[in-house]
Design a protein around this ligand. Structure first.
Ligand code: KIV
Ligand code: ZN
Length: 516
């Protein structure tokens, strides 16, 4: 097995994270996040649940094709169709893992699966053997392990390790455990499962009681050597353990932990921003590690102390997790090479010259309106819809919005829909409302606006605004993003981006839906 002092990080932002209502991601968005995770040196990236839909399958396939320095994992219930589909999606991975699972708690076995414990063990063993036909890297999860009987867990884990599982995952699926008890469960399992030394023990904690990180860390102190987590703690219901918190706790308290991860923690803040922007899930300012205030020292006493000696109030360095001073990196006169080089330094590369040219054109456009271009602006340029714009059916051609005190705001848009230009005009409560009504007058999406949020990318009144909208139609939730120095234009871009996503077909199964 691996060295005992290495803690493996299994990121499931693209799978469990995507299960948060409204956090759905396109294939391109998943690839972009996966590349950032690869740069961060995450060990395993769970890219999706390939049987869920053609889109999920293609996303896992695209991540497996693109990311070569991390193991790419696909989720599969303990079913032939799931496992075979995951195997197929992972074909092109340098290193692929199939993660198969079945529920083991009395309530799940009786009520959801309607299977006896013997049948569950038999199915689990069969599933692991089936997965081994595709890869020798197979993870088995006992869903709802946190409410399962310890004797049964010992029995099923011994059987699946014998069948070829190399990682044994212990999920606290409903976030029911508390740290001391969960740590004790992990210690007992490692002690009692006779062939425990042939597998890595892993944990996957949900945050229903706000204890996901604490439970994960307690498990690590008791022998777990893989933690499943997500950027910003995204995930089903209250979310999963936050990657940044687990990783920084272990790194900062090396006096307590006898292991460490191999992560480049300086990538954490940009990964957090990217995930927040793509999913439309904002990061609260006081969130540990990645919140805007996580390293801000407002009070005079604190500022004085930090200036005399940083360690008076800081236990980590902001730079170590990727916080940087806003740095003017490029300007109006910067050329294409400087632009490409700076993006490369930020870990952003382009698939084709056309993509680079389109992004460079947006950069020039921005530089005309904004004096100083910061790294954050560059990131927004490529995160903006523009990178996928070529494939979008609806495009913004022009927008005119007028608002004046005492007058009804009005907006006029020209959109290109499948290459044909259409215009729309509408009044609204404000210029953004008017713009959205004008867009609707053309596209007739009939969708309901579920979320509208604006963030300034850097400071100053000439800063770009980054807008996220969430639209819902017939139970289908999508997020759209747009950025611009003009907030009404950014808002329109975000709305159009979401409308484009609504036009993509969806029919997606939920992994824990109980269809066996
Ligand atoms: O929470 C859970 O049990 C899961 C499994 C599929 C690992 O997400
Ligand atoms: Zn989960």
């Amino acid at each position: 097995m691996s060295s005992p002092d290495r803690l493996f990080i299994f990121d499931t932002t693209l799978r469990d994270g995507e299960q948060s209502p409204g956090a759905s991601m396109t294939r391109e968005e998943k690839v972009r996040i996966a590349k950032t995770l690869e740069k961060m040196r995450v060990d395993v990236i769970e890219a999706g649940f390939p049987i869920a839909s053609q889109g999920d399958f293609e996303a896992v396939q695209a991540v497996a094709r693109t990311v070569k320095d991390a193991t790419i994992c696909g989720l599969a219930r303990a079913l032939e169709k799931d496992i075979d589909r995951a195997g197929e999606a992972l074909k092109e991975a340098n290193s692929g893992r199939i993660h198969t699972f079945i529920a083991t708690s009395p309530i799940h076995m009786e009520q959801k699966l309607r299977m006896s414990p013997d049948q569950v063990v038999e199915q689990a063993v069969w599933a692991v053997k089936r997965a081994r036909r595709f890869t020798d890297n197979v993870e088995f999860s006992a869903e709802d392990a946190g409410r399962s009987e310890i004797d049964f867990l010992c029995r099923i884990f011994e059987a699946v390790i014998d069948a070829g599982a190399t990682t044994i995952n212990v999920p606290d699926t409903v976030g029911y455990n508390i740290p001391e008890q969960f740590g004790e469960t992990i210690r007992t399992l490692i002690e009692r499962v006779p062939n425990a030394d042939k597998a890595i023990f892993s944990v996957h904690c949900h945050n229903d009681l706000g204890l996901a990180v604490a439970n994960s860390l307690s498990a690590v102190m008791n022998g777990a050597r893989q933690v499943e987590c997500t950027i910003n703690g995204l995930g089903e219901r209250a979310g999963n353990a936050a990657l940044e918190e687990v990783v920084m706790a272990v790194r900062t308290r090396q006096d307590v932990f006898s292991c460490d991860t191999g992560l480049d923690t300086t990538q954490i803040v940009s990964a957090s921003k990217l995930v927040s922007n793509i999913t439309g899930f904002p990061v609260q300012p006081n969130k540990a590690i990645v919140g805007a205030n996580a390293f801000a020292h407002e009070s005079g006493i604190h500022q004085d102390g930090v200036l005399k000696n940083r360690e008076t109030y800081e236990i980590m360095r902001a730079q170590d997790v990727g916080w940087t001073e806003n740095r003017m990196v490029l300007g109006k006169h910067s050329g294409r090479n400087a632009f490409r080089t700076r993006l490369q330094e930020l870990g952003i590369t382009f698939e084709s010259e056309e993509e680079l040219n389109a992004a460079f054109a947006r950069f020039k456009d921005l530089a005309d309106k904004k004096h100083e271009i910061f790294d954050e602006d560059l990131q927004a340029i490529v995160t903006d819809t523009g990178i996928d714009q070529e494939n979008e059916r609806i495009k913004l051609v022009s927008l005119r919005a007028h608002s004046e005190t005492g007058e009804m705001p009005v907006a006029e848009v020209v959109l290109s829909v499948d290459g044909v230009e259409h215009s729309g005009r509408a009044e609204g409560g404000g210029p953004v409302d008017a713009a959205y009504k004008a867009i609707e007058a053309v596209v007739h999406s009939g969708a309901e606006l579920k979320l509208y949020s604006v963030n300034n990318i850097t400071s100053g009144t000439d800063a770009q605004g980054e807008v996220t909208v969430r639209l819902e139609k017939g139970g289908h939730l999508v997020n759209g993003q747009g950025s611009d120095t003009d907030i009404v234009v950014a808002s329109a871009k975000a709305y159009i981006n979401a409308c484009n996503k609504l036009m993509e077909p969806v029919q997606k199964a939920h992994p824990q839906g109980g269809d066996v």
